[in-house]
Design a protein around this ligand. Sequence first.
Ligand SMILES: *[C@@H]1O[C@H](CO)[C@@H](O)[C@H](O)[C@H]1NC(C)=O
Ligand SMILES: *[C@@H]1O[C@H](CO)[C@@H](O)[C@H](O)[C@H]1NC(C)=O
Ligand SMILES: *[C@@H]1O[C@H](CO)[C@@H](O)[C@H](O)[C@H]1NC(C)=O
Ligand SMILES: *[C@@H]1O[C@H](CO)[C@@H](O)[C@H](O)[C@H]1NC(C)=O
Ligand SMILES: *[C@@H]1O[C@H](CO)[C@@H](O)[C@H](O)[C@H]1NC(C)=O
Length: 333
Amino acid sequence: MHFLSLLALVPLIAANPVARNNDSPVSLSKARNKYFGTAYQSFYPADGRFLPVLESQFNQYTPENELKWEVVQPQRGVFNWTGADLIFAEAKKTGAIVRGHTLVWHSQLPMWVQNITDASDLKSVMKTHIDAVMGRYGSQMAHIDVVNEPLNENGTWRNSVWYNLLGEEFPRIALDYAHAAAPQVKLYINDYNIESINNKSLAHAAIAKKLLSQGAPLTGYGFQAHFIGGSAPNDTAQAMKMFTDMGLEVAITELDVRVPVNNRARLIRSRDYANAFKVCIDNPKCPGVTIWGVSDETSWVPGVFAGTGSALLFDFDYKPKQAYYAVQNVLKQ
Ligand SMILES: *[C@@H]1O[C@H](CO)[C@@H](O)[C@H](O)[C@H]1NC(C)=O
Ligand SMILES: *[C@@H]1O[C@H](CO)[C@@H](O)[C@H](O)[C@H]1NC(C)=O
Ligand SMILES: *[C@@H]1O[C@H](CO)[C@@H](O)[C@H](O)[C@H]1NC(C)=O
Ligand SMILES: *[C@@H]1O[C@H](CO)[C@@H](O)[C@H](O)[C@H]1NC(C)=O
Ligand SMILES: *[C@@H]1O[C@H](CO)[C@@H](O)[C@H](O)[C@H]1NC(C)=O
């Protein structure tokens, strides 16, 4: 091969996929006025391979655990900001925006809260917690998932200390407290299996409509989008429209596509990723997509859904997978 033509090939072969350029998904998203985000935990940067990918590939961060109640206020009145402070500091350094996650949830909620039996005590505890989180980080957060996963799969309210003591009003109470504490932050309700028209998403749409009619400070819905490769819903655009037609935003907040560990299912995963991005690209009220982790090394999937994995855009070696290029292609179109 001629020396010059060999040189011309070099950028193709040697282009560092980790360096940000105009063709990186994060840049292509930005050009479309959408963020390209990831969740992570504050101790991941200890692996030196993590930070270069985080910093070059993403411009929105979600604390994976660091703002959950059990981490922030493990005992009544005892706050721990160590992990969250690290993530907000990193965002400040890189200019990434932060989606807060989450204030009022039934899970990762300490026993001292779950054990409360008095409604006015629970409201007071909720307010103290929300005031603390919004007071500390409100000026640095774009969004926050105020309420997480309040419904059962059939669309009924989930049993939790929140619902059991405060009833159907608990999301409105939480939204009001969050808005009062930091009025500039966009307030979201976040849930899974609502990326399709089904009983759960229809029930959420009815709740959203009621909240808006009451004047509640609700900005948007989060579609978590924890998909199973090949079984991702095909009506996510319609489900999204159901909410955005009410004037709400809908963000894709926790995207991953898990596949059986013994079957890398590259094409299926790539297609599901591309479709999820296309839905967000096509809806002007979708502000962006957050992927639930940077690389397969740190994904929650294998620990929770045994026998599955490989759910993210970067593999164990922090190399981009086919799905990364599928996302890049759909963002270019
Ligand atoms: C505070 O949280 C960090 C992790 O975010 C943890 O390492 C540390 O042990 C916690 N501190 C206390 C006093 O519990
Ligand atoms: C919660 O209630 C259970 C059952 O009454 C009790 O054993 C436990 O000590 C309580 N935990 C806290 C942190 O209040
Ligand atoms: C959805 O709700 C309807 C009644 O409103 C019920 O007949 C149907 O079985 C439910 N479907 C699922 C999947 O829960
Ligand atoms: C809805 O699901 C919950 C939780 O699985 C269950 O307890 C409840 O009975 C169901 N309600 C209806 C009407 O199917
Ligand atoms: C969408 O998915 C549903 C449920 O999996 C299926 O019944 C339907 O045929 C699919 N529609 C299209 C247009 O692929």
